[in-house]
Design a protein around this ligand. Structure first.
Ligand SMILES: [Zn+2]
Length: 388
């Protein structure tokens, strides 16, 4: 069921996208003898789950000269992440500077961010329950580091003016205008210090933000909530309601995280003119030192869009179609099991030769659980494989 049908499906669907959009006026003859020819462009969006950083990860990355080296961590997923036009993940640490700390108040070395960028991630969310782990200084230093490396980010802000200028986040790529939203259920009991701002789940505020997003001439609006019950393999009813509400308000796709385990994915309304909506309740951990059942496994979702633009009589009309939506599973191989020097994220389906017997056994157990849950609850979405 999870064999590589994704790309074949993309190619088949993409050729029909210019006739499938909700607002397209394609191939319409003008009042002269010319015919407006629609122009197609394509975009692949990949979203991964939570980038955690526990104490043992810091220790594994520390080198004898006092530097930190995370380059092993993403080697086996880099080709897939960097192939996406836009790759997004949740940056669930602060860059608060030394002393570097793991749970419960994360402060990661700056090299962690550099490795994440080197893997191919383009946009990071910071609206999560750990964004205040190192207080005002950490929130601001994290933003300063992201800004200094020109990394688009969303979820936390130094002040109201910065939020108003940068949120919702507009990402322009391949002629597409993606507008991203991100908000968190809470911040572990820590209060944000004025004038800093954290996006919380507040439907009055979110409704205003969606209204603003709609004024930004978006092709696609994506909400990335940080929500859910830790270790629960299915979403709770408030989050299901919130997902429905977000879609009803005009969000196109809802892609969540935080529970440290996977929760079901639904490709809804596939037959609609825009190709439908993804609701992914939880992408799970992407990298972490957690060892509870199902916390070693994560997912990346890949959405492939076609935009069709027609120019006629000085007027431009466009439509966007979601051609393909699929997910792939990843496994976090930890040194305590693998005997390797560092943590490594590897593809579940094609990583046998990268793992020892113990790691394979753990991966197989978690993958079997994930696939059992997904077979039962997922809607209209398939798994795909990639090579490390
Ligand atoms: Zn979280």
């Amino acid at each position: 069921m999870y064999k590589l049908t994704f790309f074949a499906a993309v190619m088949m669907l993409a050729s029909t996208a210019c006739s499938g959009g909700s607002k397209a006026q394609t191939g319409v003859a003008s009042d002269s003898d010319s015919v407006a020819v629609p122009v197609e462009t394509h975009l692949t969006l990949l979203v991964a789950g939570d980038l955690m950083q526990h104490g043992p990860q810091i220790n594994a990355a520390r080198r004898s000269n006092g530097t930190y080296d995370y380059s092993d961590c993403f080697t086996n997923v880099k080709s897939e992440v960097s192939a996406a036009d836009v790759a997004v993940a949740n940056f669930e640490v602060t860059l608060g500077g030394p002393p570097f700390k793991g749970y419960p108040c994360f402060s990661a070395p700056d090299e962690y961010l550099r490795a994440i960028l080197d893997a191919g991630f383009d946009v990071l969310t910071t609206g999560n329950n750990h964004c205040l782990d190192t207080g005002k200084r950490g929130l601001e230093r994290t933003i300063m580091m992201l800004d200094s490396l020109h990394v688009p980010h969303l979820g936390t802000y130094v002040d109201k003016a910065a939020r108003e200028a940068d949120y919702p986040l507009l990402v322009e790529k391949n002629g597409f205008r993606l507008v991203l939203l991100n908000f968190t259920y809470a911040t572990n009991g820590l209060r944000v210090s004025a004038p800093n701002m954290v996006n919380y789940i507040d439907t009055t505020q979110i409704a205003a933000d969606i209204a603003k997003a709609k004024t930004m001439n978006p092709d696609v609006i994506i909400a990335i909530p940080h929500w859910g019950i830790e270790y629960a393999m299915t979403p709770n009813s408030p989050d299901v309601k919130l997902a429905d509400w977000l879609l009803a308000k005009g969000v196109d796709h809802v892609i969540g995280g935080h529970p440290h385990v996977l929760q079901p994915f639904e490709w809804r309304n596939k037959d609609q003119a825009n190709g439908g909506n993804l609701v992914a309740y939880s992408l799970g951990n992407y990298i972490s030192n957690q060892n509870k059942p199902n916390t070693g496994i994560g997912a990346m979702v890949k959405l492939q869009f076609t935009k069709c633009v027609t120019k006629e009589k000085g007027q431009e009309t466009s439509s966007v179609h979601l051609d393909s939506c699929a997910y792939t599973l990843t496994w976090c191989s930890r040194p305590a099991v693998s005997g390797q020097r560092n943590y490594r994220v590897v593809p579940v389906a094609t990583s046998d030769d990268l793992l020892n017997a113990s790691d394979r056994s753990r991966r197989n157990t978690d993958a079997a659980t994930a696939r059992r849950i997904f077979n039962k609850y997922n809607k209209e979405i398939e798994e795909y494989e990639f090579e490390p």
